[in-house]
Structures are given as C-alpha cells and as structure tokens.
Design a protein around this ligand. Structure first.
Ligand code: BGC
Length: 752
C-alpha cells in the first residue's frame, strides 16, 4: 500500500472514524467525506446531525417493502429494480452509500429484526440481497451489506457471543455474504454488534481479513455497526476501516502506532480503501426525485410479496357482486414497516380502506363498510367489537385485518411469542360466528402462528410488512386485479416449541449456543419430518401449475464433471394467468442424518398464461452438493449419489432424479494423530496399514470388539502397547504415505 505523503499520522488515524453520525472524515485533497444513510428498504436521510435509532425525522423517501416482503417475492429482477430506485433516490439526495441490505439468517422466528432480513435460507437470501446490491450500485451509489456476521437476535446484541461451529458458519450464516461479495462487489460491509465465538466481529482478524478479504476478495470498506467498536486499536488491526459514529478515540490509534503496537501501513491501507470507494461512487443531486414512479414500483413489489396461505371455497378473489365488511384498524392505519434504524418517512401511504373505496367506485366491489374492531395500543373497547360483528353480519364477505402492533417487534429486542394478540383472536371468533365468509389479511414482520385460528378463516393472506403502497397492493390481490405470487421464505411452524432453536434462543449470560447447527428452519423441520403449518417455499395462486420432464445433464465448464443443468417444464394448468416459483432442492440419502435432507439450491419465478408452459434450466454445481470439512478447512464433495428434487415448496416436490458423482477425489494428508480407522479407510494409507497389521503375529486372534475399539486410537498411541512400534517408525510411515499422496496429486489421479 502506498503511503500518501500528504497525510500525517493524525490525518490517517482520523480517516479511520467518522466525522459525525452519517459521514466519514474528509482529508483535504485526499479523501472526501462519504455520506452514509440507512437503509435497506428506503432512505432515512437526515441532512442535519441526526440519530441512528430511527427516533428523529428524516427527509421523505419511498418506503419499499422491507426485506421480509422483498424476499417473499422470490423475484430478483423485480428486487433489482427496487434497488435501482433506492439508488436513484440516494443519488438525488447526495447519499454515497446506502446502509443495506440486511442479510442475516432468520434463525428463530422470535428475532425482533426478522422483518429486515430475507430468509431462513442462505440461497434465497443471497439472490435477493445480490439483486438489491446490483440495483443500488447501478446508480453510482454504494451498498453496504450487514450485519457481518451471525447477528441473529436482538437480545443483548451489543455483548452476546454467538457460539457457532465452523461447518454451520460456512453452510448457513456465511454463504449469502460470500456470494453477494464475490458476485456484486458491494462498496461496504458492516460488521455486527455481537461477538462470534467470543470475539467482537468488529475486531475479529479472521472474519474481517482472512475470510472477507483474503479468501473472498473483498476490496471495499468495512464499517462498524453504529457504536459497535469496543477496542478501537484491536478493531483497526483486525481490518475494520471505519468506526461509526466516531467515539473520539483516534488518539488511541495514533498512540498505538507510536508505541509500535500497530503498523502505520494498516492506516495507509484504510486510506486506500476509502479512496477506492469514493472513486466508485458519484451522486447527482440535480437528479429529480421520482417519487410517483417509485410509489408505483413499491406497489408492484408489495403485490408480489403477498403470500396466499389458504383459499377455500373460492373465497378469493372477491367477486364483484360481494358486499364487504372491512374490519380491523390495520385496514385504516396500515403497519407497513418495522421500528428502529430502518424506519423511513414515506412519501405517501396507501391504506387498504381507501383502496377498497376506489374499488367500489370502479364497480369492482358492490359495497364496503368499515369497522375498526380493535385498537392498536391494545386497550379493549367492546363497542368496537360489537360494531365489527354487526358489519360482518350484514356483509357477504368480511375481510379482517389482523397483525402485530409496532410495539410487538422492532430492532433492539426480540419477541417471546409468535401468537397474535388475544383480543384480535377473540374478534376473529366473533366475526366468524356472525359472518358468512371470512378472509384474514395479516400484517407482521416476523412469522405468526396460524394453527390455533386458521380454521375460522376461509382464506388467509400473509401480508408481512409491505411498505408505503402495501394497502393498495393488498386490495389489488384481494379483488384479483393482481394474482398472489409470493412464497414463504421461512417456515410457519405449528407451535413455537417445534422450532429447532426453541431451547437455544436467545441464550443466557451473554452467550447463545447455535445448538441446532446447520438444521435451521426447514432443514430441521424437513429432516425430522416435523409437521408444520406451512412449509418453506409455499404459497397459493389463483391458478394451478404442473411440473414435468425433469432432466439433469452434465454442464461441463470449470468444475469439469461436477456441474450440471437441471431442466424441467412448468405448465399453467388453471384458467387464470399466474406466476409460479419453481424450486430446486438437493440432498443425500443417510441412515442417520448429519446433513439436511434437502437444501434449496436454485429457483426461478415464471409468469404463465393459462395453458402456457415454460422450460426452465437451473445450474447446479459441485459446491451445491458439498459439505464444509472443518478438519481440512475446505468444501468437500464426497463421491456418491445425490438427490435432486423440483417443485413448488420444500414439501411439494413432484420431480425427482439422482446424480452420481466421483466427487472431488480429494485425499487428505495422513498424520500420526489420525486414528487407526482413518488410516484403514484412506485410499493410500489403508493398504499399507493392512500390510503392517498383517505383519504383527497374533492379531488374527484379537476379538472383534477390540479391533473395533482400536479404530478410534490415534496411531501415535500404538507406541505404548508393547507392539514394538516407535515414533520414528510412525514418522517414516507418514512420510512415505505423504510422498505417495503427493505423487498421485502430481499425476492428476487425486486432488489434495
Ligand atoms: C443498526 C444498523 C444501522 C445503524 C445506523 C444500527 O443500530 O444496527 O443496521 O445501519 O444503526 O442507523
């Protein structure tokens, strides 16, 4: 890294922290201050000093659906357009870097911030987040992926240590970050508040340097989450470029350099990285804000985010001759985003109630009568309930808006239940008794349970948090002006206690053990065949689809024999246009599972007219079938047969095929600390070991259980059994096997 002669030590140190809540520090002639702003689904641009908790006001900006909604669209092309709109608003407002997307895995449905995250699955998280980054960055604005890493709860978030084993990190919590960083090159990465296996992520050299930069090739800026830095010097040394907001501790960085505890070249590197980001971004404040067009886009995205869970007796779409009772305060006062730093002041808000009125005017519905039914602050008002019951009694259909109030979920704290508020469920029971047909529309950022009440509804439409145009989008889908096409990115459990994390969330004594390992979300439910209310990937439409013609063909390419194309046909077999989300899962047969029975590896959303078919090709790679080998720190593809399944959800997979592969032909190095069992099954060491064993007289008579016991002995222990084996003999054996292994690698017979 070149040392810029225009910068003295103090100036370099000042660049490693911001100048205020939203700006990096400028250095005359070298660095211009970068303007950063939340957030993931709309801008929280605070032109004045501002705050970072979403308490103070901000300039009105389009509030797109939060990540929970964008994820449910399963539509990266649409999300890219949302990203571009977000980027263009940022550019107009002079915001250089948008602090999003959030891409942590929804480990538990109780995480208060799940509305800001995409999914319980890394593949869909990666695809949606990548699309958002590409869109934002297409406008000359930087994106900042967050919160790196394993920030899966809000409880004790500034101190908690997520205790996660290596394989689980690599297979569940890191892959989305890895893919987005490798494929979209975001300008920034935000380290999280929490500790990971005991070390604060903002001062973890393995995470911020070895993995992120050396292995994944990230060359942008790592910024701390706001207020996350505990030990300033340790953070800079570990690879954290920018502390935000500034804690006024630059002098500690200077002192550490002067004392020889921190190499000054580390600061030069920070300056180079900041320069690189500033060269990549260029905002244009003369650009007009396109609030009208972006509101229309927010409505389109919200429509695709809606997930139709249940639709009996053709309850939906609502027929034009229906009189409708619209019940529930959420219809008039929509809950369309979550609380905390992502909170946006919208440019306008569409309520479902006002859109119902428009539908009546347009003749799409016969009549609408509104009753609030409940209050949002939880105070009970029997008169509201009676009014709602009366409205339901008169109407052909009651559309009941239920959900979680703002106070139930937010950044900064977790939920303790996934139930809807009891007064709302009592209202549903009363309305059910009075009304002919009941359609429930939900507003919630994290999953809510449906099992205890859904029998009382003819139809259930999961509306998540849909952004400022959500109310309009809901009416579009209820009336059939648009078809529902969202799918679940997280499983809806029957009971909270069925969830894999139930006993390990949110931990205690500032420690949370990820005891379920890789069995997160559907990976747990499907592997153990636990009944669920609605599975991962699920969602109904107003039409039907059929799957046929599965073919798996080798694709060649870089990965040679370990790359395939999975092709199949989807046909719209109903009588309305609709969109299907075709999903590809892989798995491996196991007697006692150590891997999930199936994992999402691809998907495609297709729009089809009635009777129309589409042929879909999805790529599959060796990495998709691999597990992380924590021993040798590498992805491992074992030889064998893998299953490929295609369909409409993790539990509706009509097409199945098998792939057989020779694997990656990796042969590991043997040492004297490997066990007898590992030696005997090793392709090079095994035959030699058999010869050695055969040379010992009397071993034939050793009882089978003793031989079995010996399997777990590291061979170094053989010195102590009076067999005449010495450490020197073992060293010679190890060297010999290693020489043979290296020769086989050189001949291309194996990899190693
Ligand atoms: C949040 C970040 C956010 C930052 C700035 C923090 O509290 O965790 O997601 O970008 O504040 O507002």
């Amino acid at each position: 890294m070149s040392n810029d002669p225009r910068l003295d030590l103090a100036a370099k140190a000042s660049a490693t922290s911001g100048s205020d809540t939203w700006h990096s520090t400028g250095v005359e002639g070298v660095l211009r201050p970068l303007h950063l702003a939340d957030g993931p689904h709309g801008l929280r641009h605070q032109p004045d000093e501002g705050d970072h908790l979403g308490i103070g006001g901000s300039v009105p900006s389009t509030c797109f659906p939060p990540a929970v909604g964008l994820g449910s669209t399963w539509n990266p092309a649409l999300v890219r357009r949302v990203g571009a709109a977000l980027g263009s608003e940022a550019s107009s407002l002079g915001v250089d870097v948008v602090l999003g997307p959030g891409m942590n895995i929804k480990r538990s449905p109780l995480c208060g911030r799940n509305f800001e995250y995409v999914s319980e699955d890394p593949h869909v998280t990666a695809r949606i987040a990548a699309a958002l980054v590409e869109g934002i960055q297409s406008q000359g604005v930087g994106a900042c992926v967050k919160h790196f890493a394993a920030n899966n709860q809000e409880t004790d978030r500034h101190r908690v240590s997520a205790e996660v084993d290596d394989r689980t990190l690599r297979e569940i919590y890191l892959p989305a970050f890895e893919e987005v960083i490798r494929t979209t090159e975001p300008a920034m990465v935000m380290s999280s508040y929490n500790r990971l296996n005991g070390t604060y992520t903002s001062q973890d050299p393995w995470l911020l340097t070895e993995l992120l930069r050396d292995e994944w090739g990230f060359d942008g800026v790592v910024v701390s989450d706001w207020g996350a830095v505990v030990d300033r010097v340790a953070a800079v040394r570990a690879g954290l470029d920018l502390e935000m907001p500034p804690s006024g501790t630059d002098h500690l960085v200077v002192a550490a350099v002067e004392r020889g505890e921190l190499d000054e070249s580390v600061l030069d590197t920070v300056v180079e990285r900041l320069k690189r980001v500033q060269e990549r971004v260029s905002t244009d404040t003369s650009r007009p804000l396109e609030h009208e067009a972006n509101d229309a886009l927010a409505r389109e995205a919200a429509r695709e985010a809606l997930v139709l869970l249940k639709n009996e007796g053709g309850a939906l779409p609502l027929a034009a001759d229906r009189s409708v009772a619209v019940v529930g305060e959420f219809a008039r006062t929509p809950r369309y985003q979550g609380g905390g730093s992502s909170h946006v002041v919208p440019t306008k808000v569409h309520s479902a109630l006002e859109e119902f009125g428009t539908a009546v005017e347009a003749g799409t519905l016969k009549s609408v009568r509104f009753a609030a039914g409940f209050t949002l602050d939880g105070t009970e008002d029997p008169a509201l309930v009676e009014d709602a019951v009366a409205a339901a009694r008169e109407a052909d259909t009651t559309v009941l808006f239920l959900g979680l109030p703002d106070s139930a979920e937010s950044e900064g704290y977790d939920r303790t239940t996934i139930s809807l508020p009891a007064p709302q469920l009592e209202l549903l029971a009363r309305v059910r008794e009075a009304g002919e047909q009941v359609v429930v529309v939900l507003s919630n950022g994290g999953v809510v349970s449906v099992s205890e009440w859904q029998d009382r509804a003819d139809a259930v439409l999961e509306g998540w948090l849909l952004g400022q145009a959500g109310g309009a989008a809901v009416v579009d889908v209820l009336t059939g002006a648009a078809s529902p096409s969202g799918r679940l990115t997280e499983t809806i459990p029957v009971r909270l206690r069925d969830h894999a994390t139930y006993l390990n969330f949110p931990g205690e004594n500032s420690e949370v053990r990820h005891g379920e390992g890789v069995f997160v979300g559907y990976r747990h439910f499907d592997t153990l065949d636990v009944p669920v209310a609605y599975p991962f990937g699920y969602g109904l439409t107003y039409t039907s689809f059929a799957y046929s013609g599965l073919e798996v063909t080798p694709a060649g390419g870089q990965d040679g024999e370990n790359a395939w194309t999975v092709s199949f046909t989807v046909t719209n077999t109903g009588d309305r246009p609709g969109q299907e989300v075709a999903q590809l899962y892989t798995g491996v047969e196991q007697d006692h599972p150590t891997r999930p029975v199936r994992e999402l590896r691809g998907f495609a959303k297709v729009a089809l007219e009635p009777g129309e078919s589409a042929r879909i090709d999805l790529p599959l790679t060796g990495r998709d079938l691999s597990v992380w080998d924590a021993g040798d720190q590498r992805w491992s593809l074992a030889a064998g047969t893998y299953t490929v399944a295609v369909g409409a959800s993790s539990r509706d997979l009509p097409l199945r095929a098998e792939i057989t592969t020779a694997g990656d032909r990796y042969v590991r190095k043997l040492t004297k600390y490997c066990t007898v069992g590992e030696w005997r099954t090793h392709p090079i060491g095994g035959p030699v070991m058999e010869e050695v064993i055969a040379s010992f007289p009397g071993l034939d008579d050793v009882p089978a259980e003793m031989l079995e016991m010996a399997r777990s002995l590291p061979i170094i222990t053989l010195r102590t059994f009076g067999l005449g084996v010495t450490e020197e003999m073992l060293d010679l054996l190890v060297d010999d096997i290693e020489a043979r292994r290296q020769a086989a690698v050189a001949r291309g017979e194996i990899t190693g």
